[in-house]
Design a protein around this ligand. Structure first.
Ligand code: PGA
Length: 240
């Protein structure tokens, strides 16, 4: 199991105490691989304060460098200490990342040696017209690399479930995972079985065990509940 926390635009240096506390728990023995995608300002300090937790970024620019004021390249994030990066989060897609840019960001991340977690997910309107599987498979098709790279993972995050407390039925999540798995096997052959497919969207200590019990789920991507050790550690415990 892979359990990833996405801190979004939360956290100052004081909050590094939570990274340390989460890392302490993981060091003491944890069934899951655990990663925290912290704000870029905290990556170097977080990396320097952990032994067991993987530190990641939440996004990267698609270009390798140049006149892109305010942006961060994948290589810069790797240089700061990031080992993984979330790409195509719905909040980034909503802010302008179309399929072409998400695909370019995947290539940039891979080029810099970051393990990419590609987020896919349907809106409520797409769900309501029965397009969920088509939407997520289209997003995967357009952004996945030609060959599997180390650490590649998919995260199924329904847009309507992020930060809302709403979670799909387990059977609906299982159906989406199955559709993505079929696509991965069609694209990569048997190796496609090994790409973890995570679920994300309103994961909490209360629902983590049930979610992690879904057939073929590879882990969870956790937003709000990853911000403190108190709320995140019980989710890690649910992976046992
Ligand atoms: P949430 O966010 O757990 O706060 O719903 C998940 C995400 O955006 O990755």
């Amino acid at each position: 199991m892979l359990i990833v926390g996405n801190w979004k635009m939360h956290g100052d240096r004081q909050r590094l105490a939570e990274v340390v506390a989460i890392d302490r728990h993981v060091r003491q023995g944890c069934a899951a691989r655990v990663a925290l995608c912290v704000p870029a300002t905290l990556i170097a300090a977080a990396r320097g304060s952990v032994e067991a937790v993987v530190i990641g970024a939440q996004d990267c620019h698609q270009e390798q460098g140049g006149a892109f004021t305010g942006q961060l390249s994948a290589a810069m994030l790797a240089d700061a200490g990031a080992q993984i990066v979330v790409i195509g989060h719905s909040e980034c897609r909503a802010a302008g990342d179309d399929d072409a840019r998400v695909s370019a960001k995947m290539a940039a991340a891979i080029g810099a040696g970051l393990a990419p977690i590609l987020c896919v997910g349907e809106t409520a309107a797409e769900r309501d017209v029965g397009r969920t599987a088509a939407v997520v498979v289209d997003q995967a098709r357009s952004a996945l690399p030609a060959a599997i790279v180390a650490g590649l993972a998919l995260a199924y995050e329904p847009v309507w479930a992020i930060g809302t407390g709403g979670v799909p039925l387990a059977s609906d999540i299982a159906a989406v995972i199955a559709a993505l798995r079929d696509y991965l096997i069609g694209r990569y052959g048997a190796a496609g079985r090994g790409v973890p497919i995570l679920y994300g969207g309103s994961v909490t200590a209360g629902n983590a065990a049930a979610l992690l019990g879904i057939d073929d789920i590879g882990g969870v991507l956790v937003g709000g509940a990853s911000l403190t050790a108190d709320s995140f550690v019980p989710i890690l415990a649910a992976a046992a």
